[in-house]
Design a protein around this ligand. Structure first.
Ligand code: PLP
Length: 447
């Protein structure tokens, strides 16, 4: 089956034999002897080529990609317009370094991001190469601007693995174990999450309870407010389990930030660039950050990160922060086309197909014993696995088995958090592909 969406070809999967096939097996064996064992591979996919939401492996098996390279290929794999922009730019200029010289397209992209970022007013944009670098820039900027060195962050958060970003990451012990001491002054508290609310309250009130933890515990015991530079959070937690907090969470955090002169830093590395059916997840909550970190989906697979702040906040002198490759012309060319495609139709498509999926997925907690919760915005959807819906006891084994079964049936999904599956397909996804994936997951659940 083949249809067209925004110029990207779309199809459904086809598995030719047992997985991994012989070529994949040989490459995985070599990988084990040459590549860092720190990577987390959930199943033996050896990717050869991609086209829209389809990835073909080295043995010719075709998979429907519900991971999008961990929420990166927003316009699908190798969108013809992105490929054309990359090829054209690579033939003209690959690198000169935007930190020492000027590129017109870097200015154009900065203007575009400045206009798109939530809120208004004059903005400035810093370019790096990754999500971690976007977060590093955000936290350095928060320190520099406020002259304060303490931060509030959240358990379950993932902000990257460089030493600064890692100090804010609070998702899994393995990510931090053996790497201390980390950057001091980061205080993690639980995220407001109604389904598994550690604040022990009804939906929405968990936001108020979380605010109380900050104002009545943290700030009255170990954390002087006047030393606190920023509250750093993902508006929808990604690696932590695709967790959507209540709107009130944002109102409370903004109130606290304004009351004590702290900044609000939103890490939209995973939730941004149209993934949730709006350009930024923050828009769903009417929330506006002081500093915004962006990466992943921004350039359809080319490495690029961006940190956006008001001109008043991003006021640091030449040499204070820079990156040799950041804002690379080829990545920037890919980003400009990506944003055009997102605005033309892909964000609307993510909202439409995401709603279509949620209409079906919403019924799963009542239908399958092991499905505790389904939540999400647009095409950022999490399914949480439990032993028992009443006790909500986590069931990571069921999650892991489901991820494997989906792979064997030709659908690529990834885990998130201790016991959830994340669905983050390219934003080109069609209803047919969404239906195929949901049928596949239901078959696997039936097993
Ligand atoms: N922030 C968030 C919310 C992320 O999901 C990630 C990566 O998964 C990062 C930061 C780090 O991005 P990168 O792996 O590009 O450094």
């Amino acid at each position: 089956m083949k249809t067209e969406l925004g110029g990207a070809r779309v199809e459904l999967p086809a598995i030719g034999g047992p997985l991994p096939g012989p070529k994949a097996r040989a490459i995985i064996e070599r990988d084990g002897k040459a590549v860092s064992p720190s990577y987390t591979r959930s199943y033996p996919l050896v990717a050869k080529r991609g086209d829209g939401a389809i990835v073909e492996d080295v043995d010719g098996n075709r998979f429907l990609d519900f991971s999008a390279g961990i929420a990166v290929v927003s316009t699908g794999h190798c969108h013809p317009r992105v490929v054309e922009a990359i090829q054209r730019q690579a033939a003209e200029l690959i690198h000169m370094s935007g930190t020492d010289f000027f590129y017109e397209n870097m200015v154009t992209l900065a203007e575009k991001l400045a206009a798109l970022a939530p809120g208004g007013g004059e903005r400035r944009v810093f370019f790096g190469n990754s999500g971690a670098e976007a977060v590093e820039a955000a936290i350095k900027l928060a320190r520099y601007h406020t002259g304060r060195d303490q931060f509030i962050a959240f358990t379950g958060a993932f902000h990257g693995r460089t030493m600064g970003a890692l100090s804010f990451t609070g998702s899994k012990p393995v990510q931090r174990r053996g790497f201390g001491p980390l950057v001091p002054g980061v205080h993690h508290i639980p995220y407001a999450y109604c389904y598994r609310c550690v604040y022990g309250k009804e939906p929405e009130t968990c936001a108020v309870e979380c605010a109380k933890v900050i104002e009545e515990q943290l700030l009255k015991t170990i954390l002087p407010a006047e030393d606190t530079a920023a509250i750093v959070l993902e508006p929808v937690q990604g690696e932590g389990g695709y967790i959507v907090p209540p709107r009130k969470f944002f109102d409370e955090l903004r109130r606290i930030a304004d009351r004590f002169g702290m900044l609000l830093v939103f890490d939209e590395v995973q939730s941004g660039m149209g993934r949730t059916g709006k350009m930024w997840a923050a828009e769903h909550f009417g929330a506006v950050p002081d500093i915004l970190a962006v990466a992943k989906g921004i350039a359809s697979g080319m490495p690029l990160g961006a940190t956006v702040a008001s001109a008043d906040i991003m006021r640091w002198p030449p040499g204070a922060h820079a990156s040799t490759f950041g804002g690379n012309p080829v990545s920037v060319a890919a980003a400009l086309v990506t944003i055009e495609l997102l605005e033309q139709e892909l964000i609307a498509n993510a909202a439409r197909v995401g709603e279509h999926m949620m209409n079906r997925l919403r019924g799963w907690p009542g239908k399958y014993r092991v499905v505790g919760d389904v939540r999400g915005l647009g095409l950022m959807i999490g399914i949480e696995f439990v032993n028992d819906r009443e006790t909500r006891e986590r069931n990571p084994e069921a999650r892991d088995r489901l991820v494997q079964r989906c792979f064997e049936r030709g659908v690529l999904v990834l885990g998130a958090g201790p016991n959830s599956v994340r669905l983050s397909p390219p934003l080109t996804l069609t209803r047919d592909q969404a239906d195929f994936a949901m049928d596949t997951i239901e078959e696997a659940l039936g097993d």
